[in-house]
Design a protein around this ligand. Sequence first.
Ligand SMILES: [Cu+2]
Length: 79
Amino acid sequence: MIKNFSFKPANITIKRGTKLRWINKDPHPHTATANNKRSFDSGRLGKGQSYTHTFKSVGKKPYHCEIHPFMRGRITVRR
Ligand SMILES: [Cu+2]
């Protein structure tokens, strides 16, 4: 969930192969973009829009919002 200019939860641990969905509950546009800009990138999500990504590799995946760089989160993918 993206709400009040933050990712909730900001940190999450999942198993490899899990599909995550981000839903923008704010009236403002946001993105969920991997810090390395390659692993995943939602593009601009308007109010109520969502993005899903399946995590296939193990490791820590820090990400942010391209529009509001202070918005940060991290996904830890385990085997
Ligand atoms: Cu944002």
